[in-house]
Design a protein around this ligand. Structure first.
Ligand code: MRU
Length: 347
């Protein structure tokens, strides 16, 4: 199985390197990023995307901010790093991991009294975030694999694979671990309108690993559930509150349909994706530009005068979730704030 990292720090050039996900599957391009402005653009454009990968990008972003800051005065240095943190934090509002990665590195360097040490500690912590994310994905994979039958067809939505994480993946990590353990898993990848993370990224990753994958239009999912083709659904998450799972737009309709057809609906996510402070109504759902919906390539598919709504995520109520697979184990229903807190505290 392929264990290529999605983003990493290049010591020679002191830059963040990443696979540009907007170009896949046509082109595999590594970008070197050496400014906060460029990193913010990469996150907004979804060159780097997926909640855990955004956590790693936020962490490396603070390491980069500390590296490129030219100030010699400690107070001015921290003021600049905080300004850059604010720019990065504002790029995408729904995935909690972005702010989590930023805050984790910031909290390590704030007590530091000299700039060279702050730079070194920021990079060490960012590297730890990346390493731990990969380790979490492998553990999530092992816990989740045990839930799957020996031979099964699993539907997934969006891309919760190695590209969405440091490597390995959450939902696709479960599938990879199951296949590694000798299970026969067929994957149905929903194309995931409008930016096609399922058909472009999930299918690309799985084919690279030799795992069977079939791409369907999002609206085919209900038909396949009704005809008995799907044994389980596994998705990732951008934020998990006490009452809902936020994930790529379209996830909710799969969960409703899965309940109707008695198909288990699993969410695979690290504990860093849990938000114990907010509930569903407090979370901002990112809305993106109309051109993502109205155009494909050079062609326009929507009249200029039509109003377009482009929600990036939706919320699935917790009562539709069969179980949440974390690095600490599988959380079975009812998933409550107490169970989330006790999982977090055992970490
Ligand atoms: O808009 P995206 O592509 O960043 O959305 C990503 C998703 O919705 C993923 O399913 C989620 O981040 C989980 S990734 C392990």
């Amino acid at each position: 199985m392929n264990e290529t990292a999605t983003l990493w720090w290049d010591t020679g050039t002191e830059s963040i390197c990443y696979i540009d996900q907007t170009l896949l599957p046509e082109k595999y391009t590594i970008v070197k990023c050496r400014s906060i402005g460029r990193l913010a653009t990469a996150i907004k454009r979804l060159e780097i995307r997926g909640a855990p990968a955004l956590g790693v990008a936020g962490a490396y972003g603070i390491a980069l901010a500390a590296r490129v800051c030219q100030k010699n005065d400690l107070y001015a240095f921290f003021a600049d790093v905080h300004k850059d943190a604010k720019i990065l934090r504002a790029t995408r509002p729904t995935a909690i991991n972005l702010g989590w990665g930023i805050d984790r590195v910031l909290s390590k360097i704030l007590p530091v009294q000299d700039i060279p040490s702050a730079r070194r500690i920021a990079l060490d912590e960012a590297e730890a975030v990346a390493r731990e994310d990969t380790a979490c994905c492998h553990t999530i994979g092992e816990h989740g694999a045990a839930l799957l039958p020996d031979t099964c067809t699993v539907l997934t939505h969006c891309n919760a694979g190695s590209l969405a994480c440091s490597s390995w993946g959450t939902a696709l990590g479960v599938i990879r671990s199951a296949v590694n353990g000798g299970k026969q898993v067929n994957v149905i990848a929903c194309e995931t309108r409008p930016l096609l993370q399922g058909s472009r990224l999930t299918a690309w990753e799985l084919i690279r690993d030799g795992i069977d994958v079939t791409v369907i239009t999002d609206s085919s999912a209900a038909h396949l559930m009704r005809t008995g083709t799907i044994d389980a659904i596994i998705v990732g998450a951008d934020r998990i509150t006490r009452d809902a799972v936020f994930n790529k737009i379209g996830t909710y309709m799969h969960a409703v349909c899965a309940r109707y057809h008695n198909i288990p609906f699993y969410v695979a996510a690290p504990l860093s994706t849990f938000d114990t402070q907010k509930s569903e109504r407090d979370v901002i759902i990112e809305e993106r530009g109309r051109e993502e919906v109205t155009t494909m390539g050079c062609r326009v598919y929507v009249p200029d005068a039509a109003v377009v709504k482009n929600y990036a995520f939706d919320a699935t109520p917790m009562n539709l979730v069969t179980a949440i697979i974390t690095e600490q184990g599988v959380m079975h229903p009812p998933v409550s704030i107490d169970s989330i807190l006790s999982f977090k505290s055992t970490k």
